[in-house]
Design a protein around this ligand. Structure first.
Ligand SMILES: [Zn+2]
Length: 453
């Protein structure tokens, strides 16, 4: 097995009110009309002078740098112009800062550097139209060392990183908004860069494809050339990109309009770090008194932890943790979606768990309901009422069904009586099916035994 080395450059847009060098709004992902969040600065008009750099973006970058255990640089951080010609970049250069943080680490992956840059606009080569609403929005770029060895490593790292960034509440957190460039090399081969990846799933698929492609190429006697490839999310393959610029061609120069960044001690000290997943795990364990194995799972996804706390404040925390860590996550994983992509929210989960807790419905019915409301967002109470799914307490009604099942399953009854105790579970399953899960399994077993023993 040839050793694989993978490094990442991850661009994440920062949630600020204003753009990096002007006061235009940054909500381009919600704005439908093109070119409304623009001014002479972010459309690169001749003579337009940038505003002083956005302090809130600087704070975010510092915060992220600290969370990733970087050494913070404090003086002479130049903002440079990176030149290239493309319609999404009206001034002909992109402003990008020198590293703000260096030599960090997240889990086993070293972080080489973190810096700020401005996002270009969006160009549609199909129509030839450009939208500059995004132009000048602050991005943080995180560059890792090539410390990952497999698509799974990358997926784990990116999940952990994105979760940590979500805890800052300072990133624009909309699906498909991150941009990842992957550097990948197989032992003895050249380094290939893959661009245009917009999701964790995309990065995983692109790397899997690329490893396979390089291995096959070499098996056939070919050589892997140093090149830049693009990733197509639809076909899940990488294809060569024609890139005219190399690093030398960018002709980096310090932007003469922008003084180098200097962080005053007081500015750095005033930055309050957010609660990290680690802190939250400790807090949740203590406050709700739930097992460590659950708090560990819950904090891995900020949204899941938020859901837990909202529900656990109203319902038994143990029950809530159990249902979220087992049932909710299982259902989401099965669909391959995140919580936000489902219709589940704390309100309907509280409703559902209340019914389970009060014994109005059985666990079996609760699970069935969850499976449905995750997709539909319906009120579980209303479904139970409309479809008569409430727990059946009447023993008479249950006994009728038990007798029916005993009559219809003579073989299983004979098996049970001849000592095959597992036949009882089979009969219980039959009763539960007829009852549409509305009966208590313990009572059903008791009744079956009463009849059979
Ligand atoms: Zn502007």
């Amino acid at each position: 097995m040839k050793e694989v080395k993978i490094g990442l450059e991850i661009h994440v847009p920062l949630k600020t009110k204003e753009k990096l060098f002007c006061d235009c709004p940054t909500d381009y992902y919600e704005v439908e009309r093109p070119n409304v969040n623009t001014c002479p600065v972010c459309t690169g008009m001749p003579g337009a002078k940038p505003f002083p750099i956005n302090e809130s973006a600087l704070e975010s970058a510092l915060m992220i740098s600290k969370l990733l255990n970087c050494e913070t640089r404090t003086t002479n951080i130049f903002v440079k112009r990176k030149h290239y010609n493309y319609p999404d970049l009206p001034s002909g250069y992109q402003r990008t800062s020198e590293p703000i943080g260096i030599n960090g680490r997240l889990s086993r992956v070293r972080i080489w550097e973190i810096h700020l840059e401005e996002d270009p606009g969006r160009y549609d080569p199909g129509t030839g139209r450009v939208d500059y609403n995004r132009s000048g929005v602050p991005l943080v770029e995180i560059v890792t060392a090539p410390d990952m060895k497999s698509p799974e490593d990358v997926r784990n790292f990116m999940r952990e990183l994105m979760n940590l960034l979500r805890y800052t509440e300072r990133i624009i957190d909309v699906g498909g908004i991150i941009r990842v460039d992957v550097n990948i090399s197989l032992e003895g081969g050249a380094r290939v860069e893959i661009k245009n990846i917009n999701s964790i799933k995309g990065a995983y698929k692109a790397i899997r494809y690329e490893i396979m492609r390089q291995k096959n190429l070499r098996r056939r006697g070919g050589t892997v050339r140093r090149e830049t490839r693009g990733f197509n999310e639809k076909s899940m393959i990488t294809t060569p990109l024609r890139i005219k610029e190399t690093a030398e061609d960018y002709r980096y120069i310090p932007d003469p309009d922008i003084p180098p960044i200097v962080f005053e001690k007081s500015f750095i000290e005033k930055i309050k770090l957010p609660e990290t997943p680690q802190n939250r795990r400790e807090r949740i364990s203590k406050r709700y008194r739930i097992p460590e194995k659950y708090s560990k799972i819950l904090v891995k996804d900020k949204e899941i932890a938020d859901l837990f706390e909202e529900v656990a404040d109203r319902i038994d925390p143990g029950l809530t943790a159990n249902w979220i860590c087992r049932e909710v996550l299982r259902q989401l994983n099965y669909r391959g979606i995140e919580l936000r992509e489902s219709r589940l929210n704390s309100k309907i989960l509280i409703e559902l768990l209340n019914q389970v807790k009060e014994g109005e419905i059985t666990e079996a019915v609760g699970k069935k309901l969850l499976e449905r409301i995750i997709d539909t967002g319906e009120s579980p109470q209303r479904i139970v009422k409309a479809e008569g799914l409430g727990r059946v307490h009447a023993v008479d009604e249950l006994l009728d069904v038990v007798d029916e099942v005993i009559e219809e399953n003579a073989t299983a009854v004979r098996d049970y009586r001849s000592g095959k105790k597992e036949a009882l579970n089979f009969l219980m399953g039959k009763v539960m099916k007829k009852m549409r899960g509305r009966a208590d399994t313990n009572i059903v077993i008791e009744l079956l035994r009463e009849r059979l023993d």
